[in-house]
Design a protein around this ligand. Structure first.
Ligand SMILES: Cc1ncc(COP(=O)(O)O)c(C=O)c1O
Length: 372
């Protein structure tokens, strides 16, 4: 499929995305709020949100205000929970979108500045409260709870949900229990103080897959919805990768023993052989650290990347195989997996798909047909 002059693109499989959402929903028996931050981890949030809305998904989550505005301005008129910090002055400019913008309150100071900036208009918004139960990033501290509750009651702040976030659900360790129990304690405080709200939630992908019985009222999967494993420890074979990064063979070289490949001459050809040049590089998000390490798939066979990954090209060794200019090359997808590349690059699969740059067009496939 020719999507740019060099035929490099990320194929986004919508059927797999919807399959993963449905699988998570059945596994947890809980409403799924798809997480679409960072352009849906590189998959294109607007297209995925539109497809998910058609399937009945009612709310989404992103990290920042601008990401929510982008969805709303593209006609996704659904409640969008914003996890991260919003300058209250910026929020005030969008009061007219208060049906869709669901901000998080993440500290006592944050609540106070929201009140002073928004004035009476604060009552137009519904908020979720994020509690720090042990990840120690953004989130209300336990010693702030009483003050927060007093202000919420006093100012009639509309609380739609309360939530927290795991630090180690992917490690399946005891800290998960510690955080979950901390959150249960906070839930009890809210019950005792008779604060009404609709949703309590804590589950990221790892928690959805490994602790489905703790799903509470909504779950917030990101990585697993894209068919990527939340953990190297325990694989769930039911989820299907959504992104395949593809290119083609642009040139074939015949090399002789002693020839060197690419910048820095980090690979020396040890016997006469053919190489293929693929028009993709680190500027597209194919990490340079994969130089001389990773493999690509051509006609169902893996070929090693040799030499340094350049900004726009990589070289693979094809020996005497029957490979031609124009043959399809899979950089990652089902095989090799994003997890495999991430392990080689000493990072996470999250960073592999988030890193696919805007220079790479996203092409969508649903029911066997392509659309853009
Ligand atoms: C608050 C919150 N919930 C849910 C998620 C989704 O996490 P995951 O991609 O591991 O499912 C994230 C992502 O980091 C997050 O910050």
């Amino acid at each position: 499929m020719l999507k740019n002059s060099r035929s490099t693109y990320a194929e986004i499989n919508i059927d797999n995305y919807l399959h993963n959402l449905e699988y998570i929903s059945k596994k947890t028996n809980t409403e799924v709020m798809p997480v679409l931050k960072a352009d849906a981890y590189g998959h294109n949030k607007i297209t995925l949100a539109k497809c998910a809305v058609k399937e009945g998904y009612k709310r989404f989550a992103v990290a920042f205000l601008e990401e929510a505005l982008d969805l709303i301005n593209n006609d996704i008129k659904k409640p969008i929970l914003i996890f991260n910090y919003i300058n209250p002055k910026s929020l005030k400019r969008y009061t007219y979108f208060s049906d869709f913008l669901i901000p998080t309150i993440h500290s006592l100071n944050n609540l106070k500045t929201l009140i002073s900036e928004l004035g009476e208009e604060i009552n137009k918004f519904k908020f979720h409260l994020n509690f720090n139960t042990g990840i120690n990033r953004i989130g209300i501290q336990e010693n702030e709870i009483e003050n927060i509750i007093a202000i919420i009651k006093n100012k009639n702040i509309n609380i739609e949900g309360i939530y927290s976030h795991y630090a180690t659900a992917d490690s399946l360790d005891d800290y998960v229990d510690y955080q979950y129990n901390n959150f249960l304690r906070i839930i009890k405080i809210f019950k005792d103080r008779e604060i009404e709200y609709k949703f309590k939630h804590m589950s990221n992908s790892a928690a959805c897959l490994y602790y489905p019985e703790r799903s509470l009222d909504i779950v917030r999967p990101g990585i697993a919805s894209f068919g990527l494993q939340p953990s190297n420890i325990k694989k769930d074979e039911n989820i299907k990768p959504v992104m395949e990064l593809k290119s083609i063979v642009a040139k074939i070289n015949t090399c002789k023993k002693g020839d060197t490949i690419g910048y820095g001459r980090t690979h020396i050809i040890d016997k006469n052989s053919k190489t293929a040049i693929i028009p993709i590089g680190y500027a597209d998000g194919y990490p340079r650290i994969l130089s001389n390490k990773s493999h690509v798939l051509i006609k169902n066979k893996l070929y090693k990347v040799i030499g340094n990954v350049s900004m726009d090209q990589i070289v693979i060794e094809i020996k005497d195989d029957d490979i031609m200019v124009g043959d399809e090359v899979i950089l990652f997808g089902k095989k090799p997996s994003a997890e495999h590349l991430a392990n080689l690059a000493n990072t996470l699969n999250y960073e592999i798909t988030c890193g696919v740059s805007s220079r790479v067009p996203r092409v969508f496939i649903k029911g066997g047909s392509y659309f853009e």
